[in-house]
Design a protein around this ligand. Structure first.
Ligand SMILES: *Cc1c(COP(=O)(O)O)cnc(C)c1O
Length: 397
């Protein structure tokens, strides 16, 4: 997945153009910047690549989720449905707005189970947030039907899945709004950064203002701009955006490498008894950033993961025991440990996460092993890796 593996001349060249002007800020300083508007350039290129009308760059993927929801009018007391397998950023963004994260089971796609989503809907539900973990998507057509039926916002967290598609559309562009992260370990990276994409004019306009203190960006005198509503600072810098411009140009090159390496590894382990693969919904194509498979049960999966590590195979994840990505270890959320008090209205409306039954998620996550696909490997390295993994899996545990 990590784009940082292949930094080069293009990135350096784009960054130098910014350093030559000295304007590191994305807005204003029109006279000094000699025509360099890297954040704007990346927004235009991203919207074009994703086939959406608009893109808004922000400072991180977490910021993209926060800004996307705020721009759609999500706030205090609104319920946001999200999966038990995600990155902590998903519920952080919801809580930052005073909204309520409602965790819902995943299925063998390792993303939101549409039936579980429908059961979780209440009169307070505003958003359904599928998270395309490890490069593959939820059944988006089922989720869209649910969202249409109940008039909910479909927000795709595509932070780990840039370049994947569903029904021929780039992931992130299928729902009402989609979010990407360009943090240091994502498929394309600019150090820290993120973006949202949408065809919705009011979401774009709100996101543009909200991510820059509510400035309306009318005219080129920042002192004279209006502030139609409150905002925060979620801006990206021109330096980060410059790296992003170069990386986005290389996205298809990176995706082709990911797919090639994924296919070699998958072929190597595809005929081993007891090994099955994650389901990709019909009409979907992964971005191949991870290869996910299931062992027969939790005990075998845990032992297999240990055996893979002992055999020196790096980049193998057993997410079931991981405290960043799976509900089982999110004690800080379950106990609502926060620095300051959480508003009593929020506290009173949140579910008791300790008491929720996520056995359907545990069933899949307990059996899952995930292999990170790197793009910097040589073909020989990938083939040797495939043989080594096959040897460990074939031996049985
Ligand atoms: C990385 C990631 C985020 C957050 O992105 P940052 O840029 O690190 O803030 C959100 N959701 C998912 C699924 C991620 O993997």
């Amino acid at each position: 997945m990590p784009g940082f593996e292949l930094f080069g001349e293009k990135e350096r060249h784009e960054v130098n153009k910014v350093l030559d002007t000295g304007v590191l800020m994305r807005y204003g300083f029109d006279g000094m910047r000699q025509g360099q508007w890297k954040a704007l350039e990346l927004e235009t290129a991203l919207a074009r690549r994703m086939g959406t009308r608009y893109a808004q760059l922000v400072s991180s993927g977490t910021a993209a989720l926060t800004v996307a929801m705020a721009s759609a009018g999500v706030g205090a007391g609104d319920e946001v449905i999200l999966p038990t397998f995600t990155f902590v950023a998903s519920f952080e963004a919801v809580l930052a707005l005073g909204a309520l994260p409602i965790l819902v089971d995943i299925d063998d796609t390792l993303t939101l189970d549409p039936e579980a989503v429908e059961k979780a809907i209440t009169t307070k539900t505003k958003v359904v947030m599928p998270v395309h973990m490890c490069g593959s998507m939820a059944d988006l057509s089922a989720l869209r039907s649910i969202c249409e039926k109940y008039k909910l916002l479909l927000l795709e967290d595509a932070c780990q899945a840039i370049g994947g598609t569903y029904e021929g559309k780039p992931l992130g562009s299928y729902g009402d709004v989609g979010c990407f992260s360009f943090d240091y370990v994502k498929t394309i990276t600019c150090g820290e950064g993120g973006a949202l994409i949408t065809n919705n004019e009011s979401i774009k306009k709100n996101a543009d203002h909200f991510s820059d203190h509510g400035h309306d960006h009318v005219g080129n005198d920042r002192g004279a701009e209006g502030h139609p509503f409150l905002g925060y600072n979620y801006r990206i810098s021109e330096l980060n955006a410059a790296v992003g411009v170069a990386q986005l140009e290389r996205l298809d090159e990176f995706l082709a490498l990911q797919k090639k390496h994924y296919s070699i590894l998958r072929d190597a382990i595809s005929n081993i008894p007891g090994v099955t693969f994650r389901r990709v919904p019909e009409g979907g194509e992964e971005n191949y950033s991870f290869l996910n498979f299931f062992m027969a049960d939790e005990h075998i999966a845990r032992n297999t993961h240990k055996a893979l590590s002992e055999a020196g195979i790096d980049g193998c994840f057993y997410w079931f025991d991981n405290n960043w990505h799976y509900v089982k270890k999110w004690d800080h959320l379950k106990n609502l440990n926060s620095l300051g008090p959480i508003a009593k209205e929020v506290r009173a409306q949140l579910p008791d996460y300790h008491k929720m039954d996520f056995s359907a998620s545990h069933h899949w996550m307990g059996r899952n092993i995930s292999l990170l696909i790197k793009i910097g490997w040589t073909e020989k390295e990938v083939r040797d890796r495939g043989e080594n993994i096959k040897a460990v899996l074939s031996k049985g545990v």
